[in-house]
Structures are given as structure tokens and as C-alpha cells.
Design a protein around this ligand. Structure first.
Ligand SMILES: Cc1cc2nc3c(=O)[nH]c(=O)nc-3n(C[C@H](O)[C@H](O)[C@H](O)COP(=O)(O)OP(=O)(O)OC[C@H]3O[C@@H](n4cnc5c(N)ncnc54)[C@H](O)[C@@H]3O)c2cc1C
Length: 459
């Protein structure tokens, strides 16, 4: 199956990698000294370290500290070219990828080997209309928008005279108590009780309510009952209100409706609702499935074989969050290891060696979630860490994995400053931006509740 390439690549096989996230980056790195010509395509110019998005959204880290330009990351690898473009389709019979360049021109990128590493997107479980009121957090744009909403809410509370409206601006609701919901909830509460504590004169930021909703019985359920209980206790101490065993059934400009296991529906008023529950494959996955006949799981991810290729097309591999294999979780480490495997497989094939005989095997290095200063949970095999020990382990893990030496050093320095002083400097906004937020929301606060909301008790 060794590819042929053509005159433009000096006969070297052409590899196209779609997506420069963890999976795409590790695939590209595995191919950097191989006799292949690689085109890495991404619709963003940066590789994003998603696990620290919440720190960018809450003013600790800057966008540059969690996002690195892909062109710069690839600059030393002469056989790799980065193309900024949005992939919009595949022709797997004729082996090319269709992509839109900045400016609107469409190009075809021919390949001998294709690696699709396009990740997943936020899922609203069939209610995409919630997105207008409850943004998710998957991209840098999302994190920056959330940052404006969170800091903007405190400014709006400071400038309004109406106590009811002020309370609404000071209420933050998070839907989904997995790592992202817990991390965001913890950070907003810490922001209110530490960073902003002395910065306002009309409001007491510590009055801010942070409410975390989840259909399960405990936060961070995936970490097991012991660590989930520790996380619950840390969140309680921090003042995060946990509303468990509850499904959010509607989100509007005024807040959300939450249905408990006993069927009771309660309306919770909140100016800021953030969606931190669930992911699904993007439409690109269905395009690939349609073009190739590949199967998709319930979340739309592409089913792959043990060598990460799709049935009938050994030259097409799907890696990272977008692949469906053995119920592997959507974790950075899975993405890195699968991307690396795909790169090595192509390297061997391009050298005329047999493909790696061994199927892809994920080595579980564990997972971690940050709750607040001095509190994190880490699960690695039989090892369960929480509290200060978990937090120290969390710092080492994240510094170790953060892409780029400069980012590691500056993130560590920023954490030392932010954690010792409580100061968060990454929060530039203007009155114009906050006005846009208030235009959307303020008028609606005065509107009467609709039928559903009226029937339920307004909190
Ligand atoms: C808020 C948050 C916190 C997380 N925390 C943790 C954590 O603590 N630990 C952990 O292990 N994991 C964590 N994860 C999960 C982890 O980040 C993902 O598993 C990992 O990023 C998946 O890597 P990937 O390369 O498959 O996809 P991604 O990192 O999502 O990369 C996909 C890339 O494809 C590009 N792309 C998508 N569509 C197109 C297109 N049509 N054309 C061109 N380019 C396209 C995107 O721009 C992106 O660069 C977190 C995720 C989020 C969102």
C-alpha cells in the first residue's frame, strides 16, 4: 500500500492530516523525518491546549499561553507544510480532501494516506437552540467569549441599582458536572471570593452564586466514588451549589429549567449559563462516513479497526476524539497515542516495511481535574490523589504536557503569581463589549416568565 506521490513531491507519498489538535500534532511529529510529504490542514492557525481553556476563560492564562501557532510548530520540519483551511469534504475513491482556503477558494488536497483528526464539538443533546444562551467551551473563541460574559456579569451587577437584576447577574449556572463544569464552577467561585473581593464598591462579589447541575448523583463521577466524594466536599467548601440528579430541560435568556428525578421542574434565574455537558462528532464525520461507508457510534464518531483505519480503506485513518474504538474516552492522552500510532504506521508503510503488526493499544496514564487553589483530584491506575497532593500532581502533569517550552515557563510563573496573590490579569474588556452583553440580556429580565417558567418556582 506504499503511496506513489508525484512530481510535486519528488515521488514521496503524500500524507494529509486533518486537524492540528493533540492527535494531528502527534501524527505529524511521528512523520517529521520520514520520506513522505505531509500537509497538515487546520481551520485554526493554532494548536490548542484544551485542558486549560477554563483558565483562559477565567482570566488566569492568556490565549497565547494555551495556543501555539501551527506554522511555528512545524517550521523546522521541512517535509511538513501547514495549510490554513476548513475541510469540507472527502473523495475517498479518488483520494483527495476538499478544503476552503481563507478568501473562499476551494482546493483539492490529494493523498496517499489520510489521517482525520478533527476532534468533536459540544453536544446539546438535540437542543442546539440552547447554544445561543449557554455557550460551550471547546475552542479559544468560546473561552474568550465566556471570559467576557463572566467578567461582564460582575460589571453589570456593579452598575445596576435593581437588587433582583443584580442577583441575576451574580448567578452563574453550569450544566454538566464533569471535569470542565467542575473546573469552571470552582474558578468562578474563586474569582468571586479571592480575585474580585476588593475590586468593587457597590457589590460584594462574594455574593456570587455558582450552581452546578448534573443528571448523575455526584460531580466527577468518572473518577470513582471516593474521588467524587472528595470533589463534592471541596466544592461545598468553596460555596459551589450542587444540584444533582437533575436534568436541564430548557435554557433561555432568563436562566434555565431543571427537572429533578421526582419530576419537579424548577426555574433558576441566571444571567450566565454555561454548557459543560457532552460532546458529539461534527458534520465532517458524517461526510466521511457517507463517502466511505464507515460506521458511526451514537455520538457520531467514526468506527475504526485495530489499526485505526476505516473498513475498506486502509489508507484512511481516524484518530483522537473523532475515532470510535473500544469505548476509549475522549482524553488528550488517547489522542496523542493514537496520532503517534497513525504516524508510525504510515512511516513504516512508506519505507516499504509491513504495517505495525500490533493493533493500537491505549496505555492509560490516568486523568486529573482541578477544583480550586490547593485542591485537585488525580486518578492514575490504583492511585487516587486529592487535596493538596492531587493539586501538586496536577501542576506537574499539566506543565509536562503543555506544548512549547516558553508556555511551560510562563504558565508556571503565572500560576505562582496568580495563586500567591489571587490576581488575574488576563481580562481585557471595554464598556462597548459589555453593552452588547447587556443589550441581549437586560431587556429580557423584565419580561414576564413564559408558561413553563411560571409553573415552576422561580429561584
Ligand atoms: C474544556 C476541555 C477540557 C479538557 N480537559 C482535559 C483534561 O484535563 N485531560 C484530558 O486528557 N483531556 C481533556 N480534554 C479533552 C482533550 O482536550 C481532547 O481529548 C483532545 O483535545 C482531543 O484531541 P484531538 O486532536 O482528537 O481533537 P482536538 O484537540 O479537538 O483538535 C481537532 C482539530 O481539528 C481542527 N478541525 C476541526 N474541524 C476541522 C475542519 N473541518 N477543517 C480543518 N480543521 C478542523 C480543529 O481546529 C482542531 O485544531 C478537555 C477538553 C476540553 C474541551
Amino acid at each position: 500500500m506504499a503511496g506513489q506521490g508525484d512530481a510535486t513531491t519528488g515521488g514521496k507519498p503524500k500524507v494529509v492530516i486533518v486537524g492540528g489538535g493533540f492527535a494531528g500534532l502527534f501524527a505529524a511529529r511521528a512523520l517529521r523525518r520520514s520520506p513522505v510529504s505531509v500537509t497538515l490542514v487546520d481551520r485554526s492557525e493554532h494548536h490548542l491546549f484544551q485542558p486549560l481553556l477554563y483558565q483562559c476563560a477565567t482570566g488566569i492564562l492568556s490565549e497565547g499561553q494555551i495556543a501555539l501557532p501551527l506554522r511555528s510548530l512545524m517550521r523546522k520540519h521541512r517535509n511538513i507544510e501547514f495549510t490554513l483551511a476548513e475541510v469540507t469534504g472527502f473523495n475517498v475513491e479518488e483520494r483527495y480532501v476538499i478544503a476552503g482556503l481563507p478568501g473562499g477558494r476551494t482546493i483539492h488536497l490529494p493523498y496517499d494516506h489520510l489521517i482525520v483528526a478533527a476532534g468533536v464539538r459540544q453536544s446539546y443533546f438535540g437542543h442546539d437552540e440552547f447554544a445561543a444562551y449557554a455557550p460551550g467551551m471547546k475552542t479559544l473563541t468560546d473561552a474568550l467569549a465566556i471570559r467576557q460574559r463572566v467578567f461582564g456579569a460582575f460589571e453589570m451587577a456593579e452598575s445596576t441599582a435593581d437588587p433582583e437584576e443584580r442577583a441575576r447577574w451574580l448567578t452563574f449556572a453550569m450544566v454538566g458536572a464533569g471535569p470542565t463544569g467542575v473546573e469552571l464552577a470552582g474558578q468562578i467561585r474563586e474569582l468571586a471570593t479571592t480575585t474580585l473581593r476588593k475590586e468593587y464598591r457597590n457589590i460584594n462579589p462574594q455574593d456570587a452564586r455558582v450552581i452546578l447541575f448534573d443528571g448523575g448523583s455526584e460531580p466527577l463521577a468518572a473518577f470513582g466514588p471516593k474521588l467524587a466524594a472528595k470533589a463534592k466536599s471541596s466544592l461545598d467548601k468553596l460555596g459551589v451549589e450542587l444540584v444533582m440528579n437533575t436534568v436541564v430541560t430548557d435554557v433561555s435568556v432568563r436562566g434555565l429549567l431543571a427537572k429533578g428525578h421526582d419530576g419537579t421542574v424548577v426555574h433558576h434565574s441566571a444571567a450566565t449559563v454555561l454548557w459543560t455537558a457532552g460532546v458529539e462528532a461534527p458534520p465532517l464525520a458524517s461526510m466521511l462516513a457517507k463517502a466511505s461507508g464507515a460506521g458511526q457510534d451514537r455520538a457520531g464518531r467514526i468506527e475504526v479497526g485495530p489499526d485505526l483505519s476505516i473498513a475498506g480503506f486502509p489508507e484512511v485513518m481516524v484518530v483522537g476524539d473523532l475515532m470510535s474504538l473500544d469505548k476509549l474516552p475522549g482524553l488528550a492522552e488517547v489522542a496523542m497515542q493514537s496520532g503517534h500510532y497513525a504516524g508510525v504506521r504510515i512511516r513504516k508503510l512508506s519505507k516499504g516495511e509491513a504495517a505495525p503488526a500490533k493493533p493500537f493499544k491505549y496505555h492509560d496514564l490516568g486523568s486529573a481535574a482541578y477544583i480550586a487553589r490547593g485542591k485537585a483530584v488525580v486518578k492514575a491506575g490504583p492511585l487516587n490523589l486529592s487535596g493538596l497532593l492531587g493539586w501538586v500532581a496536577w501542576i506537574f502533569i499539566h506543565i509536562g504536557f503543555l506544548t512549547g517550552f516558553r508556555n511551560r515557563v510562563t504558565a508556571l510563573l503565572t500560576w505562582v503569581i496568580a495563586l500567591s496573590s489571587g490576581i488575574r490579569r488576563e481580562r481585557v474588556y471595554t464598556v462597548e463589549q459589555i453593552n452588547r452583553l447587556s443589550e441581549v440580556y437586560s431587556g429580557h429580565f423584565a419580561e414576564p416568565l413564559d408558561g413553563h417558567e411560571r409553573q415552576s418556582q422561580d429561584r
